[in-house]
Design a protein around this ligand. Structure first.
Ligand SMILES: [Zn+2]
Length: 82
C-alpha cells in the first residue's frame, strides 16, 4: 500500500497505519436520534491494520451542523420527516 502513514498507532504502537478516503453517516445518539437529521462527512481516515483504531477529523461545516442541529449550506444531510 502506498498510503502508509509515518506515525505509529496510539493504541498498539504498530507502524501499520494507512490513510483511506471515507464516507460517514453521523446521527444523534439514542432512540430520539432516529428522527433527527443524518449528517454525511467524507474525511480522510487513518486506520491501524493491527488493532483497528481509526482516526479522522470532521470538517468544520459538518461540525457546525452537529453543534447547532440546524442545516448549514454545503453540508450533505438527510432530513427525516417527523
Ligand atoms: Zn493499532
Amino acid at each position: 500500500m502506498s498510503n502508509e502513514t509515518t506515525n505509529p498507532c496510539k493504541s498498539c504502537g504498530t507502524p501499520k497505519r494507512f490513510t483511506f478516503t471515507s464516507e460517514i453517516a453521523i446521527r444523534f445518539a439514542g432512540v430520539e436520534g432516529l428522527t433527527e437529521p443524518i449528517v454525511f462527512a467524507f474525511p480522510e481516515m487513518t486506520i491501524c491494520l493491527d488493532c483497528g483504531l481509526a482516526e479522522f477529523v470532521i470538517p468544520e461545516r459538518e461540525l457546525e451542523v452537529l453543534r447547532t442541529e440546524t442545516p448549514v449550506e454545503g453540508v450533505a444531510m438527510w432530513l427525516r420527516e417527523k
